[in-house]
Design a protein around this ligand. Structure first.
Ligand code: GH3
Ligand code: MG
Ligand code: MG
Ligand code: MG
Length: 325
């Protein structure tokens, strides 16, 4: 008997972490025109610890729903001549309530209308007379489901964004850059507008590591990332391409304009104060930049990046701290 109990409590233990959060008090909106039903609905839900907002017309319900932040909306099917089903469909097309579970309150078991409601995105229903236990159970199930989906969505979004982010600088990584650039290049076919890229490489970065240490080198990369982001247009994209190499993608930008942007960035890096070791040490950093632009939709990211890389190689061999295109 003890064994069984342990196993049972073990299973509950696994679910507990989520359950605690999922069963936290919910914010619920009720739209119900029968005063008697509304009063009891609110009373039961509030006694269970939930926060309840109540309105008695569809119009007020829609308005209130727009405030957002509801975990559940309960809708009476007949709202003083208004159609509760219509309201449900409006909740579904309104941004703030699109994903909020809808619990439909039916006066009787009207199957055709219930079927229509389910088609419109109603997630569950109750038939009057209202039963306290049933109301609370169905409300709890819907709220749990909603919160579970929210957590899942957040987790998926996080792992997707991590897959495309460089951990040290928070910039986009190389994988994202190539996808983004390929898409921009494909866009040339439709827009005819040029796309430019700049590859930027820190000069003598190995020396910075050797002199100040690897941590200081990391700090320089982080500060450089910030400086780059601060000095570009919002349409430009910056990515960390590799160790101490960064790439800027400039849509709608020809070769001359890209060279100007790169020259400005190079100047900003020279002016920028790079402080390492807790701000104790300020060190000089310069970058070399290779630029390439294209109006050819047939080119792939790899092709344009190759040309920019060749320009970068020349910038290095011509003495560094310069832009070549
Ligand atoms: P050049 O002017 O020719 O570019 O010289 P360089 O020293 O910058 O070039 P090199 O490619 O020889 O050295 C790059 C160095 O960058 C070597 C590597 O240890 C360092 N590095 C790469 N990634 C990181 C990083 O994430 N953090 C730190 N601190 N150093 C890195
Ligand atoms: Mg390099
Ligand atoms: Mg190098
Ligand atoms: Mg370098």
């Amino acid at each position: 008997e003890l064994r069984v109990r342990q196993e049972t409590s073990g299973q509950l233990g696994v679910a507990d972490a989520g359950d605690d959060l999922d069963d936290a008090p919910a914010r619920i909106l009720t739209v119900e025109s029968s005063e008697y039903t509304a009063e009891r609905t609110c009373k039961y839900l509030r006694e269970a610890g939930h926060t309840v907002d109540h309105v008695d017309t569809g119009r007020a319900g829609l308005e209130q729903g727009r405030e957002g932040g509801y975990d559940l909306i309960i809708v009476g099917i007949d709202l003083k001549g208004e159609d509760g089903l219509r309201l449900c469909s409006q909740f579904r097309s309104q941004e703030e309530t699109r994903h909020v579970p809808l619990l439909l309150l039916l006066d009787d078991m009207d199957l055709p209308r219930l079927a229509k409601g389910l088609d419109l995105g109603v997630t569950d229903y109750l038939v009057k007379p209202l039963d306290r236990g049933e109301l609370l159970a169905r409300a709890r199930t819907q709220v749990r489901r909603r919160r579970y989906h929210d957590r899942l969505r957040a987790r998926i979004q996080k792992s997707v964004s991590m897959a495309f982010t460089d951990a040290l600088t928070g910039l986009y990584n190389r994988r994202y850059l190539t996808t983004h650039l390929d898409r921009k290049l494909m866009g040339i076919g439709a827009t005819g507008k040029p796309v430019a890229v700049a590859i930027l490489d820190v000069d003598h970065f190995k020396q910075i590591n050797d002199t100040y240490g690897h941590n200081a080198g990391d700090e320089v990369l982080q500060q450089l990332a910030t400086a780059l982001q601060d000095n570009l247009r919002s349409v430009d994209l910056v990515a960390r391409y590799g160790g101490e190499e960064f790439v800027i993608v400039m849509p709608d930008t020809g070769s001359d304009a890209a060279q100007c942007v790169a020259e400005r960035v190079r100047g900003r890096v020279v002016e920028n104060e790079f402080r390492v070791a807790g701000g104790e040490t300020s060190l000089p950093v310069t970058v070399s930049i290779g630029v390439a632009a294209t109006t050819n939709a047939e080119e792939m990211a790899e092709d344009v990046l190759d040309r920019a890389d060749q320009a970068l190689y020349r910038a290095k061999s011509e003495g560094r701290n310069r832009v070549v295109s």
